[in-house]
Design a protein around this ligand. Structure first.
Ligand code: CTP
Ligand code: CA
Length: 229
């Protein structure tokens, strides 16, 4: 049921995809952010829609055109992303967390622009932890049999780090990217291994993000429990 063959294996399903990267504001003009372009999440949303799913795309700061037939919910921060994802997940068959969620946010938000002062060193920026949305989703599934998928960009021992992260998060599938030149951030292409909680390991060769998106849904579809509601 690859792209272009017209397979409708997600017909009648509701899937939620998060995409992009959260921005954590420091003051009205500044934020802590990351390099996620949103392209992988948008590819996942397009692929699911083409396979017949109703798709909610929770999009954090992605400057990308809205995919046709997809319900896009724009968000800024990790806290906003959590709220939007949990709300959409309430009746979802699958949730894919492709967004890069900031691990920390500034402890305080300055209502006015932070100004520098002559002869004074800048104040350090205190940070607090953001909620772990993927771990929360995996632990408290609003619908039995809901399939929860995470993404991870890793360096060094990519597979061992991925296995440990899959176990820690409690999700069903973890798409592990090796971070490197030409890959991942902002690129059109990606290379990955999809790890399953059942011990499965599915390598996805270096190629378009659309191909990785199709592989993710190929792995999600047989894990969906029962007929569509
Ligand atoms: N994630 C999340 N909430 C967070 C952080 C991450 O839901 N606060 C999700 C991401 O969307 C991704 C997965 O968790 O699907 C893995 O993100 P990653 O940053 O690799 O995991 P962390 O647990 O934050 O580990 P690390 O310390 O390596 O950043
Ligand atoms: Ca992280």
């Amino acid at each position: 049921l690859a792209r272009g063959t017209g397979g409708q294996d997600l017909a009648g399903r509701h899937v939620v995809v998060s995409a992009g990267g959260t921005r954590e504001p420091l003051d009205p003009v500044r934020f802590l952010g990351n390099r996620s372009s949103g392209k992988q999440g948008y590819a996942l949303a397009r692929s699911a829609a083409a396979r017949g799913a109703r798709v909610t795309l929770v999009s954090a700061n992605a400057a990308l055109p809205e995919p046709a037939g997809v319900d896009v919910v724009p968000v800024g921060t990790a806290v906003q992303l959590r709220e939007a994802v949990l709300k959409a997940a309430a009746d979802a068959d699958a949730v894919v967390m492709a967004a890069a969620v900031a691990d920390f946010r500034p402890a305080a938000y300055a209502a006015g622009k932070i100004k520098k002062k002559d002869g004074e060193d800048p104040a350090p920026v205190a940070l607090v932890r953001n909620p772990d949305i993927l771990a929360e989703l995996a632990a408290d599934r609003p619908r039995p049999g809901q399939v929860v998928v995470g993404f991870a960009a890793e360096t060094d021992d990519v597979l061992a780090n991925g296995r440990a992260k899959l176990a820690r998060k409690g999700c069903d599938l973890l798409v592990v990217n090796e971070v490197g030149e030409r890959k991942t951030f902002g690129s059109e292409r990606n290379e990955a291994v999809v790890l399953g909680s059942d011990g499965s390991e599915t390598p996805v060769p270096y190629g378009p993000k659309d191909d990785l998106a199709d592989t993710v849904w190929d792995l999600v579809a047989p894990r969906l429990a029962g007929p569509p509601l």
